[in-house]
Write a protein that binds this ligand. Structure first.
Ligand code: KG4
Ligand code: ZN
Length: 342
């Protein structure tokens, strides 16, 4: 079965084709980062308009990469939510009109299910069950994943998401958007321990997170340094280092606690923050020390992409062959709890 996937929930347009017999055939992606950069964050209306511009050329590119004709596609999956309403509507409209034109069934996919299953696209995929740490710009959750559609929420952030904390703290340090990669690079030049930031909820006894206090701590440190003199590059790097060390400590500690609570030995990292080098190094060290396995999506599939949507749609259709529809009216779900999936 060949499934086309369309992702447009935020600031990346992604189109891909996954074949259950041969794997990923091709994928095409356009990131809007450069366009949103000058505004310091995603501008929803601009995002929607850009998805409109990019979708069809990316579709052609993905088909050409795959070496198949549009008519050979068996089903089309698109991100139905959660995400920006206008952006989601573009992908849904493209997928459903294509389905109608080609007379192929369509299926709405949960964006986070795409992220959760994305490590299964890699060369040595994890087996079920596993604990997943989902760390993206909009979400921070620990889930127990027993199979496709079998997701149990173990803990989540009570305020900002991890990616949001990276982006907001980077902004306070005068770094560009998105801040995650920038603050991570700057942290490499910082002195460990020079700026000690709090580890929120580290000892809360549950599997929840809180990151808004970290951003406030970064703001306080930036102000303190500015009061002394103009904030210097080394000072900024030290704050970045303190921030990254704090957030990584919390993410690792809670992931270990989730493994312990569930009795599982496999940890899967998904979502944009999963691309973070310091987080990967700390998790690899913990896995070696404590004897569990850790799995990451390929770097290209950490942040938003069409491949994870094509793959999630294929997995879902294998489990529920009747889930695809030949009704081409559509709606989107900007808010959609993952646990509603079956
Ligand atoms: O999963 P994603 O592409 O989009 C959402 O579904 O939200 O995640 C984007 C988030 C942004 O907050 C970005 O700053 C963060 O992932 N991110 C990183 C890194 N690369 C992306 N954060 C830390 N280190 C990175 N290398
Ligand atoms: Zn995402």
């Amino acid at each position: 079965m060949k499934v086309l996937g369309v992702e447009s929930s935020c600031d990346e347009t992604g189109i891909a084709i996954y074949d259950t017999a041969r794997g990923l055939l091709g994928h095409a992606l356009h990131s809007q980062v450069a366009m949103h950069e000058e505004y310091g964050g995603v501008v929803p209306e601009l995002a929607s308009r850009d998805h409109v511009r990019r979708a069809l050329p990316l579709l052609e590119q993905a088909l050409a990469d795959s070496g198949i004709a549009a008519g050979e596609i068996d089903a089309i999956g698109y991100t139905e939510g959660p995400g920006l309403a206008g952006a989601l509507l573009v992908g849904a409209a493209v997928a459903c009109s294509l389905g109608m034109a080609l007379d192929k069934p369509v299926i709405g996919i949960h964006h986070l299910e795409g992220h959760l299953l994305s490590p299964l696209l890699s060369a040595s995929p994890p087996a079920f069950p596993f604990v997943a740490l989902l760390v993206s710009g909009g979400h921070t959750q620990l889930m127990q994943v027993d199979g496709v559609g079998q997701y149990k929420l173990l803990g989540e952030t009570v305020d900002d998401a991890a990616g949001e904390a990276f982006d907001k703290s980077a902004k306070l340090l005068g770094l560009g958007y998105p801040g995650g990669p920038a603050i991570s690079r700057l942290a490499e030049f910082g002195l460990p321990g020079a700026c000690k930031l709090p580890r929120p909820m580290l000892h809360s006894g549950d599997l929840n997170f809180s990151f808004s206090g970290l951003k406030t701590a970064v703001l306080t440190m930036v102000r303190q340094q500015e009061a002394g003199s103009n904030i210097c590059e080394q000072g900024k790097a030290d704050i970045a280092r303190g921030f990254v060390d704090a957030i990584v400590d919390v993410l690792v500690a809670k992931s270990l606690a989730a493994l312990k609570a569930s009795g599982l030995k496999r940890l899967v990292i998904a979502g944009g923050v999963g691309a973070n080098a310091q987080l990967r190094a700390a998790l690899d060290a913990a896995a070696k020390k404590r004897g569990f396995s850790v799995y990451y999506p390929e770097l290209a599939f950490c942040t938003d992409n069409g491949a994870m949507i094509a793959f999630a749609a294929a997995m879902r259709l294998q489990k529920h062959p009747d889930a695809a529809r030949r009704e081409y009216g559509f709606s989107v779900r900007p808010r959609w709890p993952l646990e509603e999936l079956g």
